[in-house]
Write a protein of this length. Structure first.
Length: 228
């Protein structure tokens, strides 16, 4: 079995030609959870390095274009980038969206072996005034057998190594919501592709717990790699 790691919200970069869209508060806006997933790329790189797995990242801010949404989704362009002209949006789709997603889609469709895709994300601990108590989420499609099996293995391994962490299935989002893994399921059968989105609470990034979480995740995925 092949394993790949991706990070759709690895950075908050905005090309100079689009910086005007974000006004005087651009630095604060782009640095917030709205602009990227703090810690996600750090985690993805660590797992990739430890297990010699290929890793793919989009470092362009999702506030410019959201590569983890379908082309028809209303959040493909944020309120900041929505005013762009049709031609400017098409340019972003070609230069950012397609250039990131197409190589990964090609890898999935051309793979001669079953493929496990781990899409690494982090989430804000407080959204719309509501505190999110869970700390690690495993998002998958319960109707796909392989994803259910791998998610159970991930949960068991993480709970063994991180007994004090709150780990949940399909929280804080549903695994079947619009996203890259959801799209890739339409490109390959259950037997050929399993896409699991990892969601880690951003409150843990930069704390003493972070190295433990990175190590636990790498070790757990390593266990799966060894028996698959």
């Amino acid at each position: 079995m092949n394993i790949i790691v991706t990070c759709e919200h690895a950075g908050n970069n905005v090309p100079d030609e689009y910086s005007y869209l974000f006004g005087n508060d651009s630095a604060a806006i782009l640095a917030s959870h709205r602009g990227w997933d703090p810690g996600a790329w750090d985690l993805a790189v660590y797992v990739s390095d430890q297990l010699s797995l290929p890793a793919y990242a989009c470092h362009t801010s999702r506030l410019l274009i959201e590569v983890n949404r379908s082309l028809h989704h209303r959040e493909l362009f944020s309120p900041f980038s929505s005013p762009l002209s049709f031609d400017e949006k098409q340019k972003l789709i070609r230069s950012v969206y397609v250039s990131y997603r197409e190589p990964i889609e090609r890898l999935v469709t051309n793979s001669t072996e079953p493929l496990l895709h781990l899409s690494v994300h982090t989430f804000t601990p407080v959204l719309d005034g509501k505190i999110r108590g869970m700390e690690i989420g495993l998002l998958f499609d319960p109707e796909r057998d392989a994803e259910r099996v791998y998610s159970n293995l991930l949960q068991a391994g993480l709970e063994r190594r991180l007994p004090d962490r709150v780990i949940r299935f399909n929280e804080p989002y549903r695994g079947i919501d619009d996203g890259f893994t959801t799209y890739l399921r339409s490109c390959a059968s259950n037997e050929r592709y399993a896409g699991i989105e990892l969601e880690i609470n951003q409150k843990l990034f930069g704390t003493r717990a972070w190295p433990e979480i990175r190590a636990a995740l790498a070790a757990t995925i390593g266990d799966i790699q060894a028996v698959s």
